[in-house]
Design a protein around this ligand. Structure first.
Ligand code: C5P
Length: 229
């Protein structure tokens, strides 16, 4: 059955301190989005790739990635995003062909995510037929604090995980969760869980970190340089 990967890249990302939207900031001689796309296109089986970008960049993105996608036999759709991440994912879901049974949603900002993590999440969705999120142990001690900053309590971190993308779902679950969602959720797993569906974790990857502040961009440049040796 067919797998689709929706890469959401329509955020403004002002915390990076660049004029461009975050996914279009330079990285490794190309862009953050291009680095993300190269991970997706290196998957074991070519997916149906959907890029969700700012409305004024749809044509440019289609031109930029058409050949890369065709080279590995991946179908490519490029659509305009919405005002929130959730609206952007919904815009991507709306263009999926009927044959797609497994959907992975990925933040373009997690540009160094290895292809293997996409493969692992997709395989876990197909084997377990639940939502699957990559998750890492929380290494810091975590405190709950009051609005004035006073520490209320230390939270037991052994049951906490920091989750990443790609997050994968049976297509029917994700469609249903998006169709019935009330309110805004910060990730797809929360939206799917709110619809009463099961979400499970698989081991995440430190390289799937989200580029958010300038120091993250420098770390990403370094990792890319090391990879290219
Ligand atoms: O802002 P944040 O880092 O949480 O965004 C996560 C991902 O969602 C980014 O890749 C961003 O481009 C995307 N996004 C989007 N449409 C929005 C807001 C965020 O595609 N309206």
């Amino acid at each position: 059955s067919a797998i689709a990967v929706i890469v959401v890249a329509a955020g403004s990302g002002t915390r990076l301190g660049h004029a461009e939207p975050k996914a279009f900031v330079p990285l490794g001689g190309d862009t953050v989005l291009a680095a993300s796309v190269s991970g997706v296109l290196a998957m074991r089986r070519a997916p149906h790739l959907v890029l969700v970008v700012p409305g004024d960049r749809v044509e440019a993105a289609r031109e930029r990635f058409a050949v890369d996608a065709a080279d590995v036999g991946a179908a490519l759709d490029v659509v305009a995003g919405g005002a929130t991440r959730q609206e952007s994912v919904a815009a991507g879901l709306a263009v999926l062909p009927a044959a797609v049974e497994t959907v992975l949603v990925h933040d373009a900002a997690r540009a160094l995510t290895p292809a293997l993590l996409f493969d692992e999440v997709a395989a876990a969705v197909r084997a377990r037929r639940h939502g699957i999120v990559p998750a890492l142990d929380v290494v810091d001690t975590v405190k709950r604090v009051a609005v004035d900053g006073r520490v209320v309590e230390t939270v037991d971190r052994s049951s906490l995980r920091a989750v990443q993308t790609p997050q994968g779902f049976p297509r029917s679950s994700l469609d249903h969760a998006y169709a019935t969602a009330r309110g805004e959720f910060t990730d797809d797993a929360a939206l799917v869980a709110a619809a009463g569906l099961v979400v499970e974790t698989v081991p995440g990857d430190v390289r799937a970190f989200k580029i958010t502040v300038p120091a993250d961009l420098r770390r990403a440049e370094q990792l890319l340089a090391e990879q290219r040796g």
